[in-house]
Design a protein. Structure first.
Length: 748
């Protein structure tokens, strides 16, 4: 790398220029919804709906309309009618269900000044539905503005919003991109300040920043290529931004710091760069492998979300390691002492690197390692206690993007008490072979299932073949469906939506009550499945699938939790094996596993405390507790944190081992390792905390949870774990740290 430094720089310059052009287009290729590659009950229900119904209402939008007066008044009614006509005229719209078409007061608010429409789409493809969001919003705004222009109130008095599953997904994609760009803009100047403090030189500070930005650009380009061939979750964009900037700067900080040490020791730039790769470069490679283990384990999950993060993490860590061990040594060999420019800056910032504080800290730990171990361990265990109250599920609030049209539309539906219409629980009921679903025996089973669900206080209403007209008896429905052709002429849209073409399958839509959050909607799915799978006489022989958004989330959750123990075991075993090989020790990897597990447990405890229980949640823009945590958060936080926390473990242990191999004295080696790495670990941790912490204030809840979790984990890891518990343990263990490898200790 050093001999061919100009070639190395030229290759990376070409790659960087290419990535700079291609990376911005990656966002449009990423997938919003995710899912599993294994069949689940919810996916089977969706498959049945698509295959058995020629015109299923599986994709629809909701449009909310707020006006200055009652929608029973002529002027407001004229605006509403114009909106309905404009939407019905679109070729991709099957029909519009509204207050005028049903006279159902569910569609208007109590003060009659707000209403909503359900816009049924012809397509059953989620991606196609997303393509119609922008045109629908444009048509709706124009129709309302045109109709209201001549009214007394004027067009400004009416507000129309288009929401629903696809609009929410689209707005999340937009917010994810904005959060990533905004975060990077905020982070770069703040990170530069920390790096200038760390190095006391502007040129040296720019090198890690260059590495981090290049790692992000190249990785995003690679993800864009992969996304053309396999689904990639949209949040991988933010994971790459967070991990790429954090890890890229971390590794570069270690390499540049070691290069300056070697130069100060009398080596010329080329020799110092070579020596840096052999020492710090080796630590970076080992650290990169441990981080890659966490991300690699995510590839074993069957879910697009976690596999995408695993792929993204592997790519960005690999690129960061390559940059730190190829481009960085080449640049250092070229720059030499010029990395210390401007030279006057180092003198003014010498206080930051003063060894006195860390010298005293290391000696204090050496005198009282047992006390440090007990106090530090007590702090971590205390923070970990709330972990036992962790509740996995869909959060009760802020799961939708606030400050967007779809989010504001959902808020408007919630105020009307009809938000449950957007994400119903969908139950597919198939009659036994040789029987149709509209025969009396089948209708009896449907009626029993519908009545049982309606009796649940968490259910607002049930819609299906036996719920067409309130008060109609089972005999009445049997008579109605005995002449199916006549029934279709009277209720064409209804039967298209709730009866399959072959008349063997019926759909039941369960609308949760307005008091039911997504957290309890999953419990309602469990109740529906319990009823569906109970062997009642009237439903005997029927095949029943429970699907919908909440059911999909529940299946996703159970699938991921089932794989979680395997993922944890794989990460622990692989990390221990690599550390054992790298440090030729049995005790060091076991200690690392225990310490990292404590760090992760304390992180989970703080996530529960702040988000699930709401203590201090207002700092992050939440108006209360979330009641539950997305299942993907603990899985991703564990995998990412366990890998990232090994950075500081490897940095510290590498210097301790280096000193121990040179002197054979464990106590002095531990103190030397703490002194040599303390300022590097502190600076690297500050950068990481900034990088992750910015995303804790994002507009999307899952990003907030990930950003907060990763920032807290790094804070705990760089302070209590790496600066207290690890050195204290190393002091107490003595020569046993390096058994069976390493040189023989001269300590008794």
């Amino acid at each position: 790398m050093v001999r061919g430094r100009w070639v190395v720089v030229a290759v990376w310059a070409v790659l960087g220029a290419f990535a700079g052009l291609r990376a911005p287009g990656t966002l449009a290729l990423l997938d919003i919804r995710g899912g599993s590659d294994r069949p689940t009950e919810a996916s089977r229900a969706e498959d049945q709906l698509t295959r058995r119904f020629s015109r299923p209402v599986d994709e629809f939008f909701a449009a909310t309309l707020d006006g200055p007066g009652s929608f029973d008044s002529p002027s407001s009614r004229a605006v509403l009618d114009s909106l309905i006509r404009a939407l019905e005229a679109q070729p991709y719209v099957r029909g519009v269900v509204s207050y005028p078409s049903t006279r159902d007061t569910t569609f208007v608010s109590r003060d009659r000044r707000s209403t909503f429409l359900v816009i049924a789409l012809e397509t059953g493809d989620g991606d196609s539905a997303a393509a119609w969001v922008a045109p629908t919003r444009t048509i709706a705004r124009r129709a309302v503005a045109s109709a209201a222009a001549g009214s007394v109130a004027g067009s400004g008095a009416y507000t129309v919003r288009v929401t629903g599953r696809a609009p929410l997904d689209l707005d999340v994609r937009k917010l994810v991109g904005e959060s990533s760009r905004r975060g990077e803009r905020q982070l770069i100047p703040l990170t530069l300040i920390i790096l200038v403090l760390a190095f006391g030189a502007l040129v040296a500070a720019l090198l890690p920043l260059l590495t981090g930005v290049l790692a992000i650009a190249v990785s995003l380009t690679a993800i864009g290529v992969l996304a053309r061939h396999t689904p990639m979750w949209v949040f991988v964009l933010n994971v790459i931004s967070m991990v790429g900037l954090g890890v890229g700067i971390d590794y570069s900080l270690l390499v540049v710091t070691r290069f300056r040490e070697e130069m100060a020791g009398g080596l010329d730039p080329a020799a110092a760069a070579v020596r840096t790769v052999l020492t710090a470069g080796s630590a970076v490679f080992t650290s990169g492998l441990t981080v890659a283990v966490g991300f690699g384990a995510l590839l074993l999950t069957p879910l697009i979300e976690t596999r995408s993060v695993g792929l993204g993490g592997l790519i960005v860590v690999t690129v960061a390691v390559l940059l730190s061990t190829t481009l960085l040594p080449a640049l250092l060999a070229i720059l030499g002492w010029n990395i210390d420019r401007p030279r006057g800056l180092a003198r003014r910032l010498a206080w930051y690197h003063a060894p006195g504080l860390w010298e005293k800290w290391a000696r204090a730990l050496g005198r009282h390692p047992g006390r440090a171990l007990v106090l530090g361990g007590s702090v971590i265990l205390l923070l970990a206690i709330p972990l036992f109250q962790l509740r996995i599920g869909l959060p009760s609030r802020r799961w939708w993007p606030s400050g967007t049209e779809a989010g504001d539309g959902l808020d408007a539906l919630s105020k009307m008490g009809v938000a449950g219409f957007i994400l119903p629980i969908r139950i597919l009921v198939e009659a036994p072979a040789g029987r149709t679903i509209v025969q009396a025996a089948s209708l009896r089973g449907l009626k029993m299932l519908s009545d049982s669900l309606r009796a649940d206080p968490r259910v607002r209403e049930v819609r299906g073949l036996v719920d067409l007209a309130p008060g109609t008896s089972l005999l009445g429905y049997s008579v109605l469906y005995s002449d199916l052709a006549a029934a279709r002429r009277e209720y064409p849209a209804f039967l298209d939506a709730y009866l399959s073409d072959d008349r063997r399958t019926a759909l039941l839509d369960v609308i949760p009550a307005d008091t039911v959050s997504l957290t309890t909607a999953q419990e309602l799915v469990g109740r529906a499945r319990e009823l569906a799978h109970t062997k009642f006489r009237s439903t005997r022989g029927m095949t029943i699938f429970v699907g919908g958004y909440s059911a999909s989330a529940l299946d996703f959750q159970e699938d991921l939790l089932e794989r979680f123990p395997l993922l944890v075991g794989l990460i622990l075993a692989a990390t221990a094996l690599m550390l054992a090989v790298a440090f030729r020790s049995v005790l060091v990897p076991l200690k690392a596993i225990v310490m990292n597990s404590l760090s992760v447990a304390a992180t989970f405890g703080l996530i529960v405390l702040v988000f699930q229980r709401g203590i201090g949640a207002r700092i992050f823009g939440l108006d209360g507790p979330t009641s539950a945590i997305f299942v993907v958060v603990p899985v991703l936080v564990f995998a990412v944190v366990f890998g990232l926390s090994m950075d500081y473990e490897v940095f510290l242990l590498s210097r301790i081992k280096e000193a121990y191999d040179r002197t054979g004295r464990n106590t002095e080696a531990t103190m030397e390792g703490v002194r040599a790495t303390a300022s590097v670990i502190t600076s690297a941790a500050l950068v990481m905390i900034l990088v992750f912490g910015v995303f804790a204030f994002a507009d999307v809840l899952i990003l907030q949870l990930l950003g907060f979790g990763l920032a807290v984990a790094v804070l705990l890891d760089a302070t209590v774990i790496r600066m207290v518990l690890v050195p204290a343990f190393m002091q107490l263990a003595g020569r046993w740290n390096w058994w069976p490898g390493g040189r023989r200790s001269t300590e008794r």
